[in-house]
Design a binder for this molecule. Structure first.
Ligand SMILES: C[S@@+](CC[C@H](N)C(=O)[O-])C[C@H]1O[C@@H](n2cnc3c(N)ncnc32)[C@H](O)[C@@H]1O
Length: 263
Protein backbone atom coordinates (compact mmCIF):
# COMPACT_ATOMS: atom_id res chain seq x y z
CA UNK A 1 0.00 0.00 0.00
CA UNK A 2 1.45 3.35 -0.94
CA UNK A 3 -0.11 6.60 -0.01
CA UNK A 4 0.57 9.43 -2.45
CA UNK A 5 2.78 12.14 -1.02
CA UNK A 6 2.97 15.82 -1.81
CA UNK A 7 6.61 15.72 -0.89
CA UNK A 8 6.37 17.01 2.67
CA UNK A 9 6.69 14.88 5.74
CA UNK A 10 3.46 13.77 7.37
CA UNK A 11 2.12 13.96 10.88
CA UNK A 12 1.53 10.62 12.60
CA UNK A 13 -2.00 9.46 11.96
CA UNK A 14 -2.66 11.97 9.20
CA UNK A 15 -3.19 10.84 5.61
CA UNK A 16 -0.33 11.81 3.32
CA UNK A 17 -2.07 13.72 0.55
CA UNK A 18 -2.41 17.10 -1.07
CA UNK A 19 -4.42 18.39 1.89
CA UNK A 20 -1.35 18.23 4.10
CA UNK A 21 -0.48 21.43 5.91
CA UNK A 22 2.61 23.28 4.72
CA UNK A 23 5.94 21.83 5.86
CA UNK A 24 6.40 24.48 8.52
CA UNK A 25 3.22 23.67 10.41
CA UNK A 26 3.86 19.92 10.35
CA UNK A 27 6.83 20.51 12.69
CA UNK A 28 4.54 22.38 15.04
CA UNK A 29 1.88 19.72 14.88
CA UNK A 30 4.40 16.94 15.40
CA UNK A 31 5.75 18.80 18.43
CA UNK A 32 2.23 19.44 19.72
CA UNK A 33 1.25 15.82 19.35
CA UNK A 34 4.39 14.58 21.10
CA UNK A 35 3.76 17.02 23.98
CA UNK A 36 0.07 16.07 24.29
CA UNK A 37 0.81 12.31 24.24
CA UNK A 38 3.60 12.76 26.77
CA UNK A 39 1.65 14.93 29.22
CA UNK A 40 -1.33 12.54 29.08
CA UNK A 41 0.93 9.53 29.61
CA UNK A 42 3.45 10.66 32.20
CA UNK A 43 2.90 14.29 33.15
CA UNK A 44 4.37 17.67 32.28
CA UNK A 45 7.76 17.48 34.04
CA UNK A 46 8.86 14.27 32.34
CA UNK A 47 7.55 15.43 28.97
CA UNK A 48 9.54 18.64 29.29
CA UNK A 49 12.63 16.60 30.12
CA UNK A 50 12.03 14.34 27.11
CA UNK A 51 11.58 17.30 24.78
CA UNK A 52 14.79 18.87 26.08
CA UNK A 53 16.59 15.60 25.40
CA UNK A 54 15.10 15.48 21.89
CA UNK A 55 16.30 19.04 21.25
CA UNK A 56 19.77 18.10 22.49
CA UNK A 57 19.80 15.10 20.13
CA UNK A 58 18.82 17.32 17.20
CA UNK A 59 21.65 19.78 17.97
CA UNK A 60 24.18 16.93 18.34
CA UNK A 61 22.99 15.45 15.03
CA UNK A 62 23.95 18.73 13.31
CA UNK A 63 27.54 18.86 14.56
CA UNK A 64 30.28 18.17 11.97
CA UNK A 65 31.62 15.17 13.94
CA UNK A 66 28.21 13.56 13.92
CA UNK A 67 27.71 14.23 10.21
CA UNK A 68 30.96 12.37 9.56
CA UNK A 69 29.89 9.47 11.77
CA UNK A 70 26.76 9.01 9.65
CA UNK A 71 28.92 7.55 6.93
CA UNK A 72 30.20 4.93 9.32
CA UNK A 73 27.84 2.13 8.40
CA UNK A 74 27.89 2.21 4.62
CA UNK A 75 29.12 -1.36 4.17
CA UNK A 76 25.65 -2.85 3.84
CA UNK A 77 24.65 -0.29 1.23
CA UNK A 78 27.80 -0.70 -0.81
CA UNK A 79 27.43 -4.46 -0.79
CA UNK A 80 23.82 -4.38 -1.98
CA UNK A 81 23.72 -1.14 -4.03
CA UNK A 82 20.99 0.36 -1.86
CA UNK A 83 20.64 3.48 0.31
CA UNK A 84 19.59 2.55 3.85
CA UNK A 85 21.96 4.47 6.15
CA UNK A 86 21.23 7.77 7.85
CA UNK A 87 24.04 9.38 5.82
CA UNK A 88 21.70 10.74 3.16
CA UNK A 89 18.73 11.54 5.41
CA UNK A 90 18.19 15.28 5.20
CA UNK A 91 18.18 17.47 8.29
CA UNK A 92 14.45 18.09 8.18
CA UNK A 93 13.61 14.39 8.12
CA UNK A 94 16.09 13.71 10.93
CA UNK A 95 14.44 16.42 13.02
CA UNK A 96 10.97 15.00 12.33
CA UNK A 97 12.15 11.48 13.25
CA UNK A 98 13.70 12.82 16.46
CA UNK A 99 10.52 14.68 17.37
CA UNK A 100 8.51 11.52 16.71
CA UNK A 101 10.78 9.44 18.92
CA UNK A 102 14.43 9.04 17.99
CA UNK A 103 16.79 9.96 15.17
CA UNK A 104 16.80 7.61 12.19
CA UNK A 105 19.28 4.73 12.41
CA UNK A 106 19.31 1.46 10.48
CA UNK A 107 19.73 -1.90 12.20
CA UNK A 108 23.19 -3.42 12.09
CA UNK A 109 23.22 -6.60 9.93
CA UNK A 110 25.10 -8.72 12.50
CA UNK A 111 22.54 -7.87 15.20
CA UNK A 112 19.67 -8.62 12.88
CA UNK A 113 21.08 -12.08 12.16
CA UNK A 114 21.48 -12.73 15.92
CA UNK A 115 17.81 -11.89 16.38
CA UNK A 116 16.80 -14.14 13.49
CA UNK A 117 18.51 -17.06 15.25
CA UNK A 118 16.08 -16.63 18.18
CA UNK A 119 13.04 -17.05 15.92
CA UNK A 120 11.44 -20.34 14.86
CA UNK A 121 13.39 -22.25 12.23
CA UNK A 122 10.36 -22.52 9.95
CA UNK A 123 9.19 -19.02 9.00
CA UNK A 124 7.20 -19.93 5.89
CA UNK A 125 3.82 -19.07 7.45
CA UNK A 126 5.04 -15.89 9.16
CA UNK A 127 4.62 -12.27 8.10
CA UNK A 128 7.51 -10.04 9.15
CA UNK A 129 6.42 -6.52 10.15
CA UNK A 130 8.88 -3.73 10.96
CA UNK A 131 7.06 -0.96 12.83
CA UNK A 132 9.03 2.19 12.08
CA UNK A 133 10.84 0.71 9.10
CA UNK A 134 12.69 3.81 7.90
CA UNK A 135 14.56 3.27 4.64
CA UNK A 136 13.75 -0.42 4.80
CA UNK A 137 17.03 -2.12 5.62
CA UNK A 138 15.38 -4.72 7.88
CA UNK A 139 12.86 -5.48 5.13
CA UNK A 140 15.72 -6.33 2.80
CA UNK A 141 17.57 -8.36 5.44
CA UNK A 142 14.37 -10.21 6.36
CA UNK A 143 13.84 -11.04 2.69
CA UNK A 144 16.90 -13.29 2.84
CA UNK A 145 14.76 -15.52 5.09
CA UNK A 146 11.76 -17.53 3.91
CA UNK A 147 8.96 -15.32 5.29
CA UNK A 148 5.54 -15.52 3.66
CA UNK A 149 5.37 -11.75 3.41
CA UNK A 150 7.30 -8.69 4.62
CA UNK A 151 5.77 -5.34 5.59
CA UNK A 152 7.35 -2.10 6.71
CA UNK A 153 5.34 0.64 8.43
CA UNK A 154 6.96 4.08 8.23
CA UNK A 155 5.26 7.41 8.69
CA UNK A 156 7.86 9.82 7.25
CA UNK A 157 7.24 9.89 3.47
CA UNK A 158 10.88 10.68 2.64
CA UNK A 159 12.03 7.48 4.37
CA UNK A 160 9.13 5.43 2.99
CA UNK A 161 10.01 6.50 -0.57
CA UNK A 162 13.65 5.58 0.00
CA UNK A 163 12.46 2.17 1.25
CA UNK A 164 10.38 1.60 -1.87
CA UNK A 165 13.36 2.36 -4.09
CA UNK A 166 15.54 0.02 -2.04
CA UNK A 167 12.99 -2.79 -2.33
CA UNK A 168 13.00 -2.36 -6.12
CA UNK A 169 16.79 -2.28 -6.33
CA UNK A 170 17.68 -5.03 -3.88
CA UNK A 171 19.13 -8.15 -5.33
CA UNK A 172 20.78 -10.95 -3.43
CA UNK A 173 21.40 -14.58 -4.15
CA UNK A 174 20.19 -15.26 -0.61
CA UNK A 175 16.78 -13.66 -1.15
CA UNK A 176 13.94 -16.03 -0.19
CA UNK A 177 10.93 -13.71 -0.03
CA UNK A 178 9.86 -11.24 -2.71
CA UNK A 179 6.55 -10.15 -1.19
CA UNK A 180 7.95 -6.95 0.33
CA UNK A 181 6.02 -3.76 0.88
CA UNK A 182 6.61 -0.42 2.60
CA UNK A 183 3.46 1.28 3.92
CA UNK A 184 3.40 4.98 4.76
CA UNK A 185 1.36 5.41 7.94
CA UNK A 186 1.49 5.78 11.71
CA UNK A 187 2.17 2.44 13.40
CA UNK A 188 -0.64 3.23 15.85
CA UNK A 189 -3.17 2.97 13.02
CA UNK A 190 -1.73 -0.17 11.50
CA UNK A 191 -4.07 -3.19 11.35
CA UNK A 192 -1.98 -6.29 11.98
CA UNK A 193 -2.40 -8.90 9.25
CA UNK A 194 -3.82 -12.34 9.97
CA UNK A 195 -1.50 -15.36 10.28
CA UNK A 196 1.58 -15.77 12.47
CA UNK A 197 3.67 -12.64 12.92
CA UNK A 198 7.18 -11.50 13.66
CA UNK A 199 6.97 -7.87 14.79
CA UNK A 200 10.26 -5.97 14.72
CA UNK A 201 10.86 -2.64 16.44
CA UNK A 202 14.08 -0.64 16.67
CA UNK A 203 14.02 2.47 18.79
CA UNK A 204 11.09 3.90 16.91
CA UNK A 205 8.63 5.18 19.49
CA UNK A 206 8.43 7.16 22.70
CA UNK A 207 6.75 5.35 25.60
CA UNK A 208 3.13 6.49 24.99
CA UNK A 209 3.27 5.36 21.36
CA UNK A 210 4.93 2.06 22.26
CA UNK A 211 2.17 1.46 24.83
CA UNK A 212 -0.55 2.10 22.22
CA UNK A 213 1.13 -0.14 19.66
CA UNK A 214 1.39 -3.01 22.16
CA UNK A 215 -2.26 -2.58 23.13
CA UNK A 216 -3.27 -2.67 19.49
CA UNK A 217 -1.21 -5.84 18.97
CA UNK A 218 -2.79 -7.43 22.05
CA UNK A 219 -6.31 -6.64 20.78
CA UNK A 220 -5.44 -8.14 17.41
CA UNK A 221 -4.15 -11.37 19.03
CA UNK A 222 -7.21 -11.63 21.26
CA UNK A 223 -9.55 -11.24 18.31
CA UNK A 224 -7.56 -13.59 16.13
CA UNK A 225 -5.35 -15.90 18.24
CA UNK A 226 -2.10 -16.76 16.47
CA UNK A 227 1.61 -17.03 17.11
CA UNK A 228 3.30 -13.66 17.56
CA UNK A 229 6.96 -12.94 18.17
CA UNK A 230 8.11 -9.44 19.10
CA UNK A 231 11.76 -8.66 18.34
CA UNK A 232 12.77 -5.50 20.18
CA UNK A 233 16.11 -3.90 19.33
CA UNK A 234 17.42 -1.26 21.82
CA UNK A 235 15.80 -2.01 25.14
CA UNK A 236 14.75 1.45 26.32
CA UNK A 237 11.17 0.46 27.14
CA UNK A 238 11.57 -3.27 27.66
CA UNK A 239 9.64 -3.02 30.95
CA UNK A 240 6.50 -2.51 28.87
CA UNK A 241 7.06 -5.94 27.35
CA UNK A 242 8.09 -7.47 30.68
CA UNK A 243 4.94 -6.27 32.38
CA UNK A 244 2.40 -7.15 29.73
CA UNK A 245 1.33 -10.54 31.03
CA UNK A 246 0.35 -11.99 27.67
CA UNK A 247 3.95 -12.28 26.47
CA UNK A 248 7.06 -14.06 27.70
CA UNK A 249 10.71 -13.47 26.94
CA UNK A 250 12.38 -16.29 25.05
CA UNK A 251 15.80 -14.81 24.18
CA UNK A 252 17.89 -11.68 24.44
CA UNK A 253 21.22 -9.92 24.88
CA UNK A 254 22.06 -6.45 26.15
CA UNK A 255 21.05 -5.10 22.70
CA UNK A 256 17.80 -6.89 21.91
CA UNK A 257 15.07 -9.15 23.24
CA UNK A 258 12.59 -11.53 21.67
CA UNK A 259 9.18 -12.10 23.26
CA UNK A 260 6.41 -14.46 22.25
CA UNK A 261 2.76 -14.59 23.19
CA UNK A 262 1.87 -17.20 25.81
CA UNK A 263 0.01 -20.24 24.55
C1 LIG B 1 15.56 4.04 14.58
S1 LIG B 1 14.64 4.03 13.07
C2 LIG B 1 14.65 2.29 12.70
C3 LIG B 1 14.57 1.98 11.23
C4 LIG B 1 14.43 0.50 10.87
N1 LIG B 1 13.42 -0.16 11.66
C5 LIG B 1 15.72 -0.25 11.08
O1 LIG B 1 15.83 -0.95 12.07
O2 LIG B 1 16.62 -0.14 10.24
C6 LIG B 1 12.96 4.31 13.68
C7 LIG B 1 11.96 4.70 12.59
O3 LIG B 1 10.65 4.73 13.17
C8 LIG B 1 9.89 5.74 12.49
N2 LIG B 1 8.72 6.09 13.33
C9 LIG B 1 8.72 6.78 14.50
N3 LIG B 1 7.46 6.88 14.99
C10 LIG B 1 6.66 6.21 14.11
C11 LIG B 1 5.26 5.93 14.08
N4 LIG B 1 4.45 6.37 15.05
N5 LIG B 1 4.77 5.20 13.04
C12 LIG B 1 5.59 4.74 12.06
N6 LIG B 1 6.92 4.98 12.03
C13 LIG B 1 7.45 5.69 13.04
C14 LIG B 1 10.91 6.86 12.32
O4 LIG B 1 10.51 7.77 11.31
C15 LIG B 1 12.17 6.05 11.95
O5 LIG B 1 12.27 5.88 10.57
Amino acid sequence: MDVPSNGVDSIPGAPVDASLPPAKSSFTRMLGRRMRDGVRHHGFARTLWEMTTALYRIVIELTPARKKARYGDLDYDLEHSVDTTRAKVNVRTQIMATLAGHPYFATEPWLFEQIMQALPADLREFTFVDLGSGKGRTLLMASDHPFRRILGVEFLPALHHAARKNIEKYSSEQQRCKQIESICMDARDFAFPSGPLVIYMFNAFPEPVFTEVLESLHRSVEQNPRQVYVAYRYLEFETLLQTCGWMEKIAGTEHWAVYRNRA
